[in-house]
Design a binder for this molecule. Structure first.
Ligand code: TXA
Ligand code: MG
Length: 592
């Protein structure tokens, strides 16, 4: 589609009512005007004027076979556009309009087919944004508008974004500040008895279920790859930045602030340090891996302040100099991340980064909409989005490189010993979680039935442990609850010279335990590490403002409540998952 720059596009400043009225008048006379909404900016034209609607497609540089949403400022306008308002549509309107939702209804003939791409339905949206409401009312007509981006760019969430894409191609851009939600509206088909969500947004399936007292709101996102989609727009390959996007999944941690206001890293308690570590490490490790493979790479990081603080504090000048950071606020805040997603992608693309590491959230609530857009950005034709997670397996994949079972002509065996004080909690949990991961990490295995491969053993012991006890009941329950792994059969054992000598790697829970062992057996130097110092040796270092390495210990939960056990198991799980590929690498060092 050919684009012709015909205009000296006017930027209507916030509060310029005369400018707003002028823009509205021109829209009513057939011009195209971009306007803000709480989701993203829209590229508006008179919905009842086919020639005006055609100009939208010219400006966007896209053929007109994608239905447009019709924007209204008053619910009474629905009757003008819709042939039928189903009871479902009425309920959705009552609950969510005005707001970030588009409701699909059967259309009246007055709505031209240029707007609906020939469908017999129309998507209706009433934005909540005050500038949008005012502007639409001034237009005095229903306004058809897609997102105001150039085809192939991310949806715009500021007037600047729109100007970047549309300057010269439309009459005016109305500035209403940055869009509150930052992701496009939830599109809900309400033509039937049950709602079908065609595009996830800030109005979540949970909110719809709650309204309808049901539990089965349909998410029909399959349509996106369908041949004959209900929402034709879904078939467009959405925007993907020129940079490759890698999703770094955030672990599920329950907490609002990873670093409470006014606190420094070194002042955090162990629980907070462990939590922070589990969130930040995947970014660091992934960035380091990428940098190792390509020393001239520029890495964009789309994450929160805490990730930035920690990476900055590492004092790794090489790593830091390769990173362009875009912070969306607090790392665990999916609202902040959604608000900034498109701005972040645009910004990092402009910086010319080669790879973008972006926070991945749980696929629920607003996270569903966020992940839907992020996965599209991460999608490069022909492959599935590449998620890097703290769940370990994809790291194991990375680190193993191209090693497969065929690379072995015999069995190598290697083993790791986890050590804590009494072997009823921490080290036994590490043993179970580690063994469980080995089971899933071919060519590594617990016991080879093929006669080739690397057999990896894990055991655990305690410096003060009794022999033959069971693990702590609460520990058993927590490990079962969180990882589904049973450890009822664990039997405690005391450390011994034989155990130390029989293992290739010895990992303790605290620095003190590691020191103690090395002091007693200096020969073991180099084979004994605390989890924290082992991580540091792999480049995962937390430092305080004086540059001193901050040690992270896993406190023993004995005597504490069940919640503490749960936190502890989660922390250990993160440590093991994050360190897993490194441990494997170290244990596989004797490979032929
Ligand atoms: O938040 C938003 O929805 C923004 C603001 C400007 O309102 N608009 C927007 O428009 O995102 P657009 O064109 O980028 O996306 C509209 C989506 C497309 O996926 C389209 O296929 C779907 O809504 N849609 C529109 N009319 C439809 C209809 N009659 N039936 C099914 N899907 C429809
Ligand atoms: Mg769009």
């Amino acid at each position: 589609m050919e684009r012709k720059a015909l205009y000296e596009t006017i930027l209507v400043k916030k509060g310029d009512d005369a400018g707003l009225q002028d823009a509205a008048n021109h829209l009513a006379q057939g011009e195209v005007v971009a306007f803000p909404t709480e989701t993203v900016y829209g590229l508006g034209a008179d919905a009842l004027n086919p020639d005006a609607v055609k100009k939208i497609f010219e400006a966007k540089g896209r053929p007109g076979d994608n239905p447009l949403i019709v924007h209204i400022w008053n619910k009474s306008q629905v009757d003008e556009l819709a042939l039928e308002v189903t009871p479902l549509a009425q309920k959705l309107m009552d609950a969510f309009m005005p707001g970030p939702v588009t409701i699909i209804m059967k259309k009246k003939n007055i709505v031209p087919s240029e707007v609906t791409a020939g469908l017999d339905t129309v998507g209706i949206r009433m934005p909540k944004d005050p500038t949008a409401a005012k502007f639409l009312e001034m237009c005095g007509k229903p306004v058809a508008a897609p997102s105001a981006n150039l085809s192939g760019s991310p949806s715009p969430t500021t007037a600047r974004h729109v100007m970047d894409d549309m300057d010269g191609y439309i009459y005016a851009v109305v500035d209403g500040g940055s869009s509150e939600v930052g992701l496009e509206s939830t599109v809900i088909d309400a033509t039937g008895a049950k709602p079908v969500i065609l595009r996830p947004g800030a109005i979540t399936p949970g909110m719809v279920d709650k309204l309808l007292g049901s539990e089965d709101t349909n998410m029909d996102l399959k349509l996106e790859s369908n041949e004959t989609p209900k929402a034709p727009g879904m078939k467009y390959r959405h925007y993907a930045p020129s940079a490759e996007v890698k999703i770094v999944s955030l672990p599920s941690v329950e907490c609002d602030e990873l670093i409470p206001e006014g606190k420094e890293l070194k002042e955090l308690d162990d629980e907070a340090k462990n939590r922070l570590f589990s969130v930040v490490s995947p970014f660091i490790l992934t960035a380091k891996e990428i940098l190792e493979k390509n020393p001239t790479v520029r890495i964009g990081v789309f994450a929160g302040n805490e990730v930035k603080t920690v990476i900055e504090s590492m004092g790794d000048d090489v790593l830091w100099s390769h990173i362009n950071f875009y912070s969306y606020g607090e790392t665990l805040d999916v609202k902040g991340a959604s608000h900034c997603l498109f701005d972040g992608m645009r910004h990092l693309d402009l910086q010319g980064v080669n790879v973008i590491l972006a926070s991945g959230f749980a696929d629920e609530g607003l996270g569903k909409a966020y992940m839907n857009r992020l996965e599209k950005a991460a999608y490069k034709s022909g492959d599935t989005p590449d998620a890097v997670s703290s769940e370990g397996e994809s790291y194991a994949g990375h680190m193993r490189g191209h090693m497969s079972i065929d690379d072995f002509d015999s069995i190598c065996t290697s083993s790791v010993l986890f050590v804590c004080d009494d072997n009823i909690n921490l080290s036994s949990c590490c043993e179970m979680l580690f063994s469980n991961m080995v089971r899933k990490a071919e060519p590594f295995c617990l016991e080879s039935d093929k006669g080739v491969g690397v057999e990896i053993y894990a055991e655990s012991a305690g410096v003060y442990a009794a022999e033959g006890d069971h693990a702590d009941e609460e520990m058993i329950d927590a490990v079962k609850e969180i990882y589904g792994v049973g450890m009822k059969h664990h039997v405690t054992s005391h450390v011994s010279v034989e155990k130390y000598n029989n293992n290739d790697l010895i990992l303790t829970m605290t620095d003190a335990q590691a020191f103690e062992i090395i002091e007693a057996y200096p020969d073991l130097y180099g084979r004994v590490h605390s989890l924290s110092s082992y991580a540091a040796s792999k480049g995962l270092v937390f430092k305080d403002d004086k540059g001193h390495v901050i040690s992270i210990s896993i406190p023993d939960p004995s005597g504490d409540d069940y919640d503490t056990y749960v936190h502890t198991v989660k922390a250990l799980g993160s440590w093991i998952q994050i360190l897993f590929p490194y441990i494997l690498k170290d244990l596989g060092a004797e490979l032929k």
